[in-house]
Design a protein around this ligand. Structure first.
Ligand code: CA
Length: 416
């Protein structure tokens, strides 16, 4: 895992089982208002300079040449907007279907199809090289930067230096910063061109510097691994390589919509409960179109909106996408966008769109009420995790309801 993405938590919080991710997902919170004019105080500036002096020692000890460091930091100042964005907290999260409406919009699908035509040769070579089909690479690109149209304009060194100085995630930011300095030292990109999101993700598919060092490819053969330029070739190849290194299975789907049998035990619908396909077939799980489940190795059942919404079987590639960004909603969006770009259809079953998202305070209240009524959620942090879902299931069972563990507004009302 490579970094914690606040953005991932903001847009995908409903299902994020932790917000560690490789790259910044989509663009809702990108840095359009950077350098808004707020100036750091004199004291802040002084302590930033002190941090920089200390960090310079650490960077040089890690093998960064003094000249590279000094050139990289020549114009770096404390970026107030980065601090503001880093401190922002989300109170409300979006429902998965609202998120998917945006992430897999008709425009994004048709733009992806257009890119597939325009880049057919490159994408075919990438598939030949790394075994990842074009639609999946396009879907990551579409999710990360809307096909390169929002790559972010924050100077990467300045953004990461600000995060490191600010200190909430200093160790992480300094690690990324040293990786970024290594990239500059390698000569792949200039300080001026090394730009990206406020949180340090760079280029068409938003690689963090450490990921870049490990997975970036020079696919067009010009001697530079250039993920920043208008030409997305290297970035797309790097993305496919990243997925292949994390075990992408060529030819296998991320997941498929399924129909669950009557009386299905929803306690089994947990993405950590990966079982052979034969197990699910035995229980009577079929594809939504009624045909038997195909076997692509161990699989889990996912009911992101509880028993009222669509159900899915997810295979290995779903978990590989999560290595890019560890949010269930993100992985579903990439998978579904890829399928739609390839000409696939919408899900069969409708989402329960009448269910509104609970606020963090409401989730806390739900946890407190469950615990008070003897269904221990093991804390009330306002995040619906496995303990809360188990408590909800037990409560539902005790009240003769379908025990899907889904935290809904109607459940909260019944608890009140
Ligand atoms: Ca290149």
């Amino acid at each position: 895992m490579f970094r914690t993405s606040l953005v991932a938590c903001l847009i995908a919080g409903i299902l994020a089982s932790g917000c560690t991710s490789h790259a910044t997902p989509s663009q809702q919170n990108k840095d359009t208002t950077l350098n808004s004019g707020e100036q750091p105080s004199r004291a802040e500036q002084q302590s930033f300079i002190a941090w920089r002096a200390g960090f310079r020692h650490r960077a040089l000890a890690a093998g960064i040449a003094p000249g590279v460091f000094d050139a990289a930091f020549e114009h770096v100042t404390l970026n107030q907007q980065v601090i503001k964005l880093d401190r922002r907290q989300a109170e409300f999260t979006r429902q998965l279907w609202d998120y998917l409406d945006t992430a897999v919009s008709a425009t994004r699908v048709s733009n992806g199809q257009e890119k597939r035509r325009a880049l057919a040769g490159t994408l075919a070579r990438i598939e030949q090289g790394y075994g990842v089909r074009p639609e999946v690479v396009l879907a990551v690109w579409g999710m990360e930067t809307n096909y390169g149209s929002f790559r972010g304009n924050t100077p990467t060194i300045e953004g990461l230096a600000t995060l490191a100085f600010e200190g909430r995630r200093r160790e992480f930011a300094e690690t990324q910063l040293i990786a970024a300095l290594r990239i500059l030292q390698s000569g792949d990109v200039s300080v001026q061109d090394m730009r990206g999101s406020w949180a340090g993700a760079m280029g068409h598919t938003q690689f963090m510097p450490t990921s870049y060092l490990e997975y970036a490819r020079d696919f067009d053969g010009d001697g530079k691994r250039n993920i920043w330029s208008d030409d997305p070739t290297d970035a797309l190849a790097s993305t496919a390589y990243y997925l292949s290194r994390f075990g992408w299975q060529p030819g296998a789907p991320w997941g498929l919509e399924v129909t669950l049998p009557a009386g299905f035990d929803y306690a089994q619908a947990d993405q950590n409960n990966r079982r052979p396909v034969a197990h699910w077939r035995r229980l009577g799980v079929t594809r939504a179109n009624g045909t038997p489940l195909p076997d692509h190795g161990d699989a889990a059942i996912l009911v992101p909106a509880g028993a009222q919404g669509p159900a899915f079987v997810v295979f290995n590639n779903f978990y590989v996408i999560k290595r890019y960004n560890n949010a269930t909603a993100y992985a579903m969006a990439v998978g579904h966008l890829a399928d739609k770009i390839a000409g696939g259809s919408d899900f069969n079953r409708a989402w329960p769109r009448h269910e509104r998202a609970l606020s963090r305070a409401e989730k806390q209240e739900l946890q407190q009420r469950l615990t008070e009524q003897g269904f221990d959620t093991k804390g009330a942090d306002g995040v619906i995790g496995p303990n809360t879902m188990t408590a909800i299931r037990a409560w539902q069972q005790a009240h003769g309801l379908t025990a899907d563990g889904y935290a809904s507004a109607s459940l909260l009302n019944r608890l009140r």
